[in-house]
Design a protein around this ligand. Structure first.
Ligand SMILES: C[S@@+](CC[C@H](N)C(=O)[O-])C[C@H]1O[C@@H](n2cnc3c(N)ncnc32)[C@H](O)[C@@H]1O
Length: 223
């Protein structure tokens, strides 16, 4: 079965631009790329995940492994997954003590209910809204029952932003500004409950739209 077009396009663009992307944003989280509210959500995720006994935490759509490195630096057992082999190679070189694997948001390389947490940091932005249900179902599959999910993305009303020359690659790439309310609904449909969310205004040099952050957990089964 071949990959959906949005997946093969993301892989091609990020493979072609992995070096430039890593030079632009770095291989660690920085105050230039993440604002105080963003960092607060990441810190809350660390604290909540530390309270969950079992399993690693995964940075899915990890790019150069910035979030995985942050999670590992806070004592969590972090792993990273990305669809782009070039990104995985950069992440491995930058963070040799962390495990990085190739994989897709809809086919995460983990057994059922094996992860204490997942961070999707700007990695659902190339997934069309109609494909998000598969992504969240897969995240729910791999999370333990008291696991935590943190999702960050550029917010909007679900509009599509098409770039003909993504990151100077000469390749086209489409991003989606998902609506936070629609993400809450889709997470609920996938069996996850949002426990905290924030939408903040654009405030950093590289931003042109609102940014959204949601923390969710598997919804407890009815007794
Ligand atoms: C904007 S970058 C963010 C990278 C990283 N999370 C960060 O904050 O630096 C988006 C990343 O998501 C990955 N990605 C996009 N769609 C994906 C998919 N369907 N499955 C896995 N990774 C995906 C891309 O390869 C790319 O590395």
């Amino acid at each position: 079965v071949s990959d959906p077009e949005h997946v093969s396009t993301s892989r091609a663009v990020y493979d072609a631009t992995a070096d430039a992307y890593a030079r632009a944003v770095g291989t660690e989280l920085t105050d230039a790329i993440e604002g105080p509210i963003d960092r607060a959500f990441l810190a809350a995720f660390v604290e909540m995940s530390g309270a969950t006994a079992a399993g690693p935490v995964a940075d899915v759509g990890c790019g150069p492994g910035r979030v995985a490195a942050f999670l590992a630096s806070r004592g969590l057992d972090a792993v990273g997954v990305d669809v782009s082999p070039a990104m995985v190679a950069i992440a491995r070189t930058a963070h040799p003590r962390i495990r990085f694997e190739e994989g897709q948001l809809t086919a995460l390389p983990f057994p059922d209910e094996s992860l204490a947490g997942i961070v999707s940091w700007y990695s659902i932005i190339h997934t069309p809204p109609k494909h998000l249900d598969e992504v969240f179902a897969e995240m729910r599959r791999v999370l333990v029952r008291d696991g935590n999910l943190l999702v960050g993305f550029q917010a909007g009303d679900g509009e599509r932003v098409h770039r003909a020359d993504a990151y100077g690659s000469g390749l086209p790439l489409t991003s989606y500004r998902h609506s936070p309310a629609s993400i809450v609904t889709r997470l609920a449909e996938a069996g996850m409950t949002v426990r905290a969310q924030a939408t903040r205004e654009a405030e950093l040099d590289h931003e042109s739209t609102q940014q959204a952050f949601l923390l969710a957990r598997p919804t407890p089964a009815l007794a």
